[in-house]
Design a protein around this ligand. Structure first.
Ligand code: 1GP
Length: 239
């Protein structure tokens, strides 16, 4: 089964590890694996070098029995030590660099240097708070109160042919993506739907999981209270 098929099945939990924030990344990864997470995303908005990325991915791969996937915030975050890459285009960025500029450079790097990486084209749609991702990518986040606009982006992403859509409230967002927005996007986008940002409790995770996305991501919680990851994973599985 390739990574895309794996992501397409059921509702999974992925743990986001940002090498810039998590000095103790192996400890977090161990907690997450113990809690039953289905995969690890590695990446971040700022401050990650190529060699750091490679080391972190290799170290996590050496203990993980689940896929390790790149979630790159910049071109320096590519390595074929991972199982795949979310090849992101920030659909609601106001700067063409984040929609297609970085992707042109990234595509050449992958084709030449990392041909074994499984590439998952991913529409990145930033909502609400947006966090560092929203700020750094010059995005105009979709208001939490406008699921119809999020659904319009999702429809466009589906017609363009993206294999996945990441609905992002931003790392550490005060509120996760509201369930009615997840529902509207789920209805409009037929392929892999990933939701993240601001999920810190089993209740919040369950609220999102019930709308049927394929992957729910938690990052800040994994950094701050990794012992709570079990609660999140259980809520998703028992939704
Ligand atoms: C951020 O969606 C991820 O890109 C995870 O967000 O850190 O708020 O869990 P949190």
């Amino acid at each position: 089964m390739n990574l895309y098929e794996y992501l397409s099945e059921g509702v999974k939990h992925f743990t986001l590890i940002d090498p810039d924030k998590s000095v103790d990344y192996l400890r977090i990864a161990r907690y997450a694996l113990e809690a039953g997470t289905d995969g690890i995303l590695v990446g971040g908005s700022l401050g990650i070098t190529a060699s750091q990325m490679e080391k972190v991915v290799k170290d996590i791969k050496s203990i993980a029995n689940v896929p390790v996937v790149l979630f790159p915030g910049s071109l320096s975050q590519l390595t074929d030590a991972a199982d795949g890459v979310l090849f992101l285009s920030v659909l609601n960025s106001l700067d063409p660099y984040f929609i297609i500029g970085a992707q042109v450079h990234g595509a050449v790097l992958i084709a030449k240097h990392y041909p074994r990486l499984e590439v998952i084209s991913t529409a990145y749609v930033i909502v609400g708070d947006g966090g560092a991702a929203g700020f750094v990518s010059m995005s105009k986040p979709i208001p939490y109160t406008r699921p119809d606009i999020a659904a319009a982006y999702a429809l466009a992403a589906g017609y363009i042919g993206f294999k996945a859509l990441y609905l992002e409230a931003g790392s550490g967002a005060p509120q996760p993506v509201p369930p009615d927005m997840v529902r509207a996007v789920r209805k409009a986008f037929p392929r892999v739907l990933i939701v993240g940002g601001g999920i810190r409790s089993g209740e919040a995770a369950r609220g999102v999981a019930r709308e049927g996305p394929n992957v729910i991501v938690t990052g800040t919680l994994a950094e701050e209270s990794p012992e709570k990851l079990g609660e999140i994973v259980r809520a998703i599985k028992q939704r």
